[in-house]
Structure formats: structure tokens, C-alpha cells
Write a protein of this length. Structure first.
Length: 203
């Protein structure tokens, strides 16, 4: 007489119920963790957002009114505008149609030997910012390290690359990044949107 293993008809449904309960518990834990993260990122249950440093520059909203002329004897000094729009950091993309631009002329021109040793570059620069007068003052206060970093960037350029429009655009990007790096290091905030050439000579 052969012995047959007696199968427990209730064992399969019990295993299925256990798996279902475990899956539900895991799902609830994940949902709870996601909700907690969302609440934390939003500033907590009470809704307190991250406090913005009052010394941090603000964006200047574009005005529909005509800009007042500069005071007599002000020369090329930019008007120090007051910002109204808080930002978390200076890496926020800015819509130029919504915000007012300020141009800051750098007083002296720059001359540097090029990397290949075959020539030199001489240029004048203006910086643009959509932030308030705090960024303008930061640029003025850090003029020495800014000038130094501009000369270092220029000395790394190649004459052939600079003779093309793409090379000039790349130089603009490199200078903008280098100036913002200096401002972040020294002032905790960059804020320079672009660099413009007021004159450019490559020889």
C-alpha cells in the first residue's frame, strides 16, 4: 500500500494572505515616508517656509514707468535699484521680460597674452544683472579678485578659437561663470547674468 502525502488544502491560501499583508504593510510604509518627505520639504506641518536672509539680493521686477535719468555727475555709475522678489539662490533661471536689467561697466580694459603665445587679447567689459543694488555693490567691492580671475581666464584662450563667433560666446560664458564663482566665494551670492564686450582686440 503506497503512502501519499496529504496536502493541506488551507496552506496555500494562508501563504497568499501573508504575502498580501506584507505587501500592504510595505506600501503603507512607503506612502507614509513619501508624505513625511513632502511635508518636510514644504516647511513642516505648520507651513513655515525657509527664512530668506534679508541681506540676500532680490530680483528687480520690470517697471512700466520710464526710468529716471542718472543724477548729474554720476558718470557711468549704475543706479542701485531695489529688488522685491526673493530667490533661494542665484542659480534660478530669470525671465528677462519680467525683470529689470542693470549694466555695470568695469572701469579699466583688460590685456592678456593668449595661451598659444602667438598674440594677446585686449577688451573692455560690462556685466549685466537682474538683481538689485546689492549685487552691484558686491561687484564693486570684489573688483580686485574679479579683475584677477578675468585675466586668468583670458590667458587660457586660444587666438584661433577667439577669432570665431562661437569662441567669443564661449569666452562670455567662461567669464560669467568665473566672476560668479568669485562672488559666491567672497559674498555668498553670484547674480551676474552675462558679460558683454565693449571693445575686443585680438592680435
Amino acid at each position: 500500500m503506497s503512502k501519499q502525502k496529504s496536502a493541506d488544502p488551507e496552506s496555500k491560501p494562508k501563504k497568499g494572505k501573508k504575502k498580501l499583508i506584507i505587501a500592504l504593510v510595505v506600501a503603507l510604509v512607503l506612502i507614509g515616508a513619501g508624505a513625511a518627505t513632502g511635508i518636510y520639504m514644504a516647511g513642516g506641518i505648520t507651513g513655515h517656509a525657509e527664512k530668506v536672509d534679508p541681506r540676500r539680493p532680490k530680483l528687480v521686477e520690470r517697471s512700466t514707468e520710464a526710468e529716471e535719468p542718472a543724477a548729474e555727475g554720476a558718470g557711468d555709475a549704475p543706479v542701485l535699484k531695489e529688488g522685491t522678489v526673493d530667490v533661494k539662490n542665484d542659480r534660478v533661471s530669470v525671465d528677462p521680460r519680467k525683470y529689470e536689467v542693470t549694466y555695470v561697466n568695469l572701469d579699466q580694459s583688460f590685456t592678456a597674452n593668449l595661451a598659444d603665445g602667438a598674440g594677446f587679447v585686449q577688451l573692455g567689459l560690462s556685466l549685466s544683472t537682474y538683481y538689485d543694488g546689492k549685487v552691484v555693490r558686491n561687484i564693486q567691492r570684489q573688483s580686485v579678485p574679479i579683475r584677477s580671475t578675468i585675466l586668468m581666464v583670458l590667458s587660457q584662450q586660444d587666438a584661433q578659437a577667439l577669432s570665431t563667433p562661437q569662441g567669443k560666446k564661449m569666452l562670455q560664458r567662461d567669464l560669467t561663470a568665473a566672476i560668479n564663482d568669485i562672488l559666491r566665494e567672497k559674498e555668498g551670492f553670484g547674480g551676474v547674468d552675462n558679460v558683454y564686450f565693449s571693445n575686443l582686440v585680438i592680435q
